[in-house]
Design a protein around this ligand. Structure first.
Ligand code: GRF
Length: 203
């Protein structure tokens, strides 16, 4: 299966995906990494693995629609079976999301449906939550709202800083995201009528 990964920053999830595909046969290959930011460190990670990189800088576009149209063309030029959002910090317009219906995944740093949007770690701390985590989900037009495939929980300790908690969550992200991607590439994971299925069973 052909995988295109979208990033905006560090790319630790991208790294985990690349590592897993090197270590074992995930039945998929990252064919391109696309960033909306020219300085994203994830681009370097991709280059180190000789994966094609592309920058599509959103600051050079007047509207979201114009950007997303180009983004769609760029992604489609790689003929992906799966599009993976890995820290891609942009809201995607509906036509783009619908174009990849059932073949676009995202990882979100909270136990969805809690804390959609930004600053999830500080919001969990401020709320006094004792557990927090990350969710992998199919992407649907509503932000951070598509069917959840898997979640990983971590404890929140009393004097956690945002950074400490983020690091604990991200360690889990690096485990679950490559796993879910492998499920998809093996044809085990699907989405129908806004529900996720693993081996034909609703999740
Ligand atoms: C992750 O915490 C992910 O959940 C969120 O953005 C962060 C990306 O980190 N969507 P990285 O770029 O993969 O290191």
């Amino acid at each position: 299966k052909r995988i295109v990964v979208l990033i905006s920053g560090n790319g630790s999830n991208l790294q985990a995906i690349l590592d897993r595909s090197l270590e074992q046969n995930i039945h998929g290959q990252v064919v391109a990494v696309i960033s909306n930011r020219p300085d994203a460190y994830g681009l370097t990670r991709a280059e180190q693995r000789e994966v094609d990189t592309q920058v599509l800088d959103h600051t050079e576009f007047e509207t979201r629609e114009a950007y997303d149209y180009q983004l769609k063309n760029l992604i489609d030029s790689y003929h992906p079976d799966l599009v993976v959002l890995a820290g891609f910090m942009r809201i995607l317009s509906d036509p783009l999301v619908m174009h990849y219906h059932g073949r676009m995944l995202n990882i979100h740093p909270s136990l969805l449906p809690k804390y959609k949007g930004l600053n999830t770690h500080s919001r969990a701390i401020e709320a006094g939550d004792t557990e927090h985590g990350a969710s992998v989900h199919f992407v649907t037009p509503e932000l951070d709202d598509g069917p959840v495939v898997i979640q990983s929980k971590v404890p929140v300790f009393k004097d956690d800083t945002e950074l400490e908690l983020a690091a604990r969550v991200q360690e889990q992200e690096r485990n679950i995201y490559p796993l879910v991607i492998e499920w998809f590439c093996r044809g085990r994971l699907t989405m129908e009528n806004n529900k996720a299925y693993l081996d034909g069973n609703e999740i």
